[in-house]
Write a new protein. Structure first.
Lengths: 173, 173, 173
């Protein structure tokens, strides 16, 4: 077996990618969905595997997120799974502050103005009483593109570490 | 709505800030409080919101931290909240190793020698038997200043994601 | 007491170290053990303290890891501790996806082509039903060396935050 080779990336680009995510993800956590979607290209795709869903374009994403992301100041939603929440149109993040924790970010420059970024992600949920719980862990593969000078997410594929993630009660009381 | 713009920062400064926190926070975890406070400016402020407390200057901070930070080798304190621990002078971190987990660090250079840094933070607590629990998540906004060539924390505002954080039993058995 | 001094490191090296870990640790998580061990020097050492074990060289590590790391697609192992798993040869990660979470990475260049890296680490375990749990937190001290142009781990010392870590039931049902 051959030697391990660490993928190289210029420090300027590495730091820009870190700052990109650090300014992108708080918009989602704050439910500022239209601003969040401006960090995605108009022709973006977002996919959850296995056994999940695939969304295309900002409009489809906005519709899905507006229906699901809820309001931290409302009472918590009844116990539900991601799949049932979609079927029954439940805002399953009601009553919760959720935060994304990213780690192990590997940045691999691809074509001009295109990057592949892989990382692991975990979502914490804090309720009004201060109880903290975690969604199943995931690995995320993004393609970032530079358009008009700024990085944007072209595609995101979220692979869940539990095959049953979409049927798990995601906010047990 | 206009384009998303990623805040830029020079790689040298980005890395220095990372190394600053990586050398600052272990001092707090190790209860080396006087050394920890040398990473704050003499006129520092530290504030917990909402419904929390505000401390001014190293001396006030040292007094508070000395009373509260406890000893990992002692038995665990009785169940208490942050608010009651202050009222009854309980060292509520007795018997616990606590670690801060930071993520999503966004660095925005402000004036000369001044930086704004925003991140999310979570505290883990590991007890002698190896049980791990988590305090409610927070978002932290720091102002860092360079004095005599070294970065220091000028102010820290910790916004807790649960409005009831200070009344939560923070170390349930 | 003297001023706090932040250890400096060149941005190119800082980023290379981040990318090194981001390409090293997923190999362990994916149980690609032979590739993982190519990120260690042939004369590497790995030690768990306190009251743990010390391994020397890739061969010893491969033997230990092959016996213990298990298969995420198998049923979960019976409840066990790290110590009993070694005594009774149990693959205690069967049925689990485990991920390492690193934080607070402090990089201190030592001799030519040698770095000291300290960080805190936490292991999450996600089972097939999506339940997430955490092993006790740790602090890790690595020595990295550059050989043939690539960074490799020369030694790793994992200090567990709970003295009883090896006797804890690490995967309670």
């Amino acid at each position: 077996m051959s030697q391990h080779v660490t993928p190289r990336v210029r420090p300027e680009l590495y730091v820009e990618v870190q700052q990109f995510y650090a300014s992108q993800m708080p918009l989602l956590e704050a439910r500022r969905l239209e601003e969040f979607l401006l960090t995605f290209t108009p022709d973006c795709t977002l996919e959850h595997i296995p056994y999940g869903w695939r969304f295309e374009g900002r409009e489809q994403l906005l519709k899905e997120m507006s229906a699901r992301r809820g309001d931290p100041d409302k009472p918590r939603a009844e116990e539900t799974s991601a799949r049932r929440a979609r079927e029954e149109n439940i805002a399953y993040y009601d009553g919760l502050v959720y935060r994304y924790w990213f780690d192990r970010m590997l940045i691999v420059p691809a074509a001009d103005d295109t990057l592949k970024v892989r990382y692991q992600a975990m979502v914490s949920m804090t309720d009004a009483q201060g109880k903290v719980s975690f969604e199943p862990t995931t690995v995320v593969e993004d393609v970032l593109e530079r358009r008009d000078g700024e990085l944007m997410t072209r595609s995101r594929v979220v692979t869940h570490d539990s095959a049953n993630w979409a049927d798990k009660i995601h906010n047990p009381g």
